[in-house]
Design a protein around this ligand. Sequence first.
Ligand SMILES: [Zn+2]
Length: 279
Amino acid sequence: MVLDRLRRANTGRDPKKIPDGLWVKCPSCAKTVFKRLVEERLDTCPECNHHFRMSARKRIAALIDDGTWQEWDADMSSADPLGFVDGKGYPERIAQQQAKTGLKDAVICGGGKLAGHSIGLGVSAFDFNGGSMGSVVGEKLTRLVERCTAARMPVIIVSASGGARMQEGLISLMQMAKTSAALARHAEKRQLFISVLTDPTMAGVMASYASLGDVIVAEPKAMIGFTGARVIQETIKQELPEGFQTSEFLHKYGQIDLIATRQEMKAELARIVSYLHHA
Ligand SMILES: [Zn+2]
C-alpha cells in the first residue's frame, strides 16, 4: 500500500486500476498488454493472471445470472453526523465521490441467482472513498443480512475496503458491531454466510463482518489484514514474516479456507452454496 501511494504520488494514478488507453502495463509481470484482453478476462492480466481491481458493477455481472439481479437500498446516502471537516466538508466529499462513481455510497447490495441458487449479495465499491464503511455501508449490509435471514437465503459479501470511514468517527466503528450482530442472528438460524476477500480488505472491515464467514474465500495475492505492517512491527517489537498480509499466507495458516481466481470464483461459490445451504 505504501508503494502504491508512492507510485500514485509520482504518476497521479492508482497502479492497481486499469488506466485509460489501449495498452496497460501490468504491475505484477511488467508486461504491456492489450487493455481489451484484460477487460475480457474479468480484469486480470493475460500474461500472469494478476488481478486488477474490479468495479462493483462488473463484479455483480460476473457472479449473478443474467436478468436476475435486483438492487436493494440503492438510494441510501450518508448524513454528516459529526460536521466533519478535513480539508473539505464531509458532505462535499461525499458529493464528489457520488459524481465520480455514480453510486450513493461504498457498497452495492441486492439479490439474484448465482448459477441458479437464490442468494443475497453485497459488493464493496473500492472506487468510492476506498470502500470505507460508514453508516450507509453498515446499514445496507445489515439489511442485506436480515433480508437473507428472513428468506432463509445464503448471503455473500465481497469486500474491498480500507476499513472504517474516519469522517463518521464512532458511528462508523459502531457498524462493526451492527453487521457482526446481524450475522450472528443469521448463524443462529443456521443460514450460510460466505465472505469473499479481495485486494485490499483491511482494518475495521476485516475486524468485523469480513472475517466472520462460515467459509472465507479470497482472490490470489490480495492484501488482507488489520493495520499496516510497520505499526504492528513497532507495537509488538518483532520481525514480521514475509508477505504475512497476503491471501496465500493467511490460507497457509488457516484463516482463509480457499483461494479462488476470478475465473473460478462463480463456480466455487456455487459449489459451496450447493454443499452447505439448506433452505
Ligand atoms: Zn501480468
